[in-house]
Design a protein. Structure first.
Length: 406
């Protein structure tokens, strides 16, 4: 097996598990309300430490990956997240659940800076490889809600975290035994972006770009946290169908149906990521970054306005473009950061995307309680409009420079 293929496979495994952990908790939120005797807003808040550490721990992991190597950090990420998931499976108190989820978040957060740094330095077709890596994350997004709903239906929520813990443990063992060369490819050991006219201009465009990344992370997290419960409440057509064919009226039927719909929505995201990855290798990055963000706006607003099947269709189209942005944005991060600090650059991005984005846990609850669940997606639409305005400003501030993958 080639060195590049090994890099892609193991980074994809870690990235897929990251997103499994990310969406399993909201997929199980309603069953946890029954198990813990808490309301939905309080249960969602238990995931706040995990989502916060998804981001905050990414920067130190990125610095460590630049210093000690991406492979070693990914091994630690897999072993540590396995411990956290198995702890979750064995506990039953709200405090212990929040703490164990936080351990998982702290370790698996390394998968982004170490994995992206691994790919951008060691794989020739960077945009396509980042697209494949993004697809692996979406496989986690697709599989986790469905499997969580199914395992919860069959054995309860604890079985879900036991399976995730074993998957992380096996991945860690396999990567620890793998032989991978981390030497950067020729040309990847120097900056690929022409220098700005002066230091202030360079700092200004860098800060603006990472501000856009921050806003995008908040929009992303709003949908991740909301989607399973939103579909369960506002698109019950599948659960109604299952009951109509005389399946047992189990309390978990509605959760399973919403989890299955959530998984199908993220299947659309996989095609978006493959499309975005291919376009990132062929087109000017800023222009397609702008395009994908603009086109996503009517569909996220449609999620606020529609119910049942139209809501499901709008969700599929929104996620196609929202996740298709990822390989484009990751290519831009690779261009904006120097090679010696590339994993650190992805760590900074993850802090902004997942750390600041963790505020969505409380934002979603506040919007839902004050103005109803659809207000969450009206807010997301406004946020996407703000992102578009900032990208236009970035294009203006970087005019005369071409942003392309080599």
């Amino acid at each position: 097996m080639s060195n590049e293929r090994k890099i892609v496979i193991y980074t994809c495994w870690a990235h897929s598990l990251f997103h499994c952990f990310e969406v399993t908790f909201p997929a199980l939120a309603i069953p946890l309300t029954l198990a813990l005797g808490m309301d939905l807003t309080a249960v969602l808040a238990l995931g706040f430490p995990m989502y916060l550490l998804f981001g905050l721990c990414s920067l130190p992991w990125g610095i460590a990956a630049d210093r000690f190597g991406n492979r070693r950090i990914l091994v630690l990420a897999l072993f540590g997240s396995a411990c956290g998931a198995l702890w979750t499976a064995l506990t039953d108190s709200p405090v212990a659940i929040a703490a164990s989820l936080a351990v998982t978040g702290a370790f698996i957060s390394a998968s982004h800076p170490a994995g992206m740094g691994f790919i951008t330095g060691g794989v020739k077709n960077r945009g396509s490889a980042l697209g494949i890596n993004a697809v692996a994350g979406s496989v986690g997004l697709v599989a986790a809600p469905f499997l969580a709903g199914l395992l919860n239906w069959l054995s309860g929520w604890r079985a879900v975290y036991a399976v995730l813990g074993l998957a992380a443990l096996l991945g860690g063992i396999a990567l620890a035994m793998a032989r991978i060369d981390e030497t950067p490819l020729p040309g990847r050991d120097r900056s690929e972006l022409p220098p700005a006219k002066n230091r202030n201009a360079a700092l200004r465009r860098l800060l603006l770009f990472f501000w856009i990344v921050t806003l995008g992370g908040l929009a992303y997290r709003i949908n991740i946290v909301s989607l399973p419960a939103y579909l369960e409440y506002h698109a019950p057509f599948l659960s109604n169908f299952l009951r109509s064919i005389h399946l047992p009226d189990h309390p978990a039927t509605a959760t399973f149906a919403a989890a299955a719909l959530t998984s199908l929505v993220y299947v659309a995201g996989i095609f978006g990521q493959l499309t975005g990855g291919r376009m990132a290798d062929r087109h000017e990055l800023r222009k397609i970054y702008l395009l994908f963000n603009i086109v996503s706006i009517p569909f996220v607003l449609g999620m606020a306005m529609f119910q049942e099947q139209p809501l499901f269709l709008a969700a599929c189209l929104y996620v196609f473009f929202a996740l298709g942005i990822q390989p484009i944005e990751n290519s831009l991060i690779g261009l904006f950061t120097p090679p010696a600090w590339r994993s650190t650059g992805f760590g900074i991005a993850a802090v902004l995307i997942f750390g600041v984005g963790s505020a969505a846990v409380y934002l979603v609850g506040a919007l839902k309680d004050s103005w109803g669940f659809p207000s969450v997606y009206w807010a997301a639409g406004g946020l996407m409009g703000l992102i578009v305005l900032h990208i236009l400003l970035l294009i203006r501030w970087t005019r005369g420079t071409s942003f392309r993958n080599l």
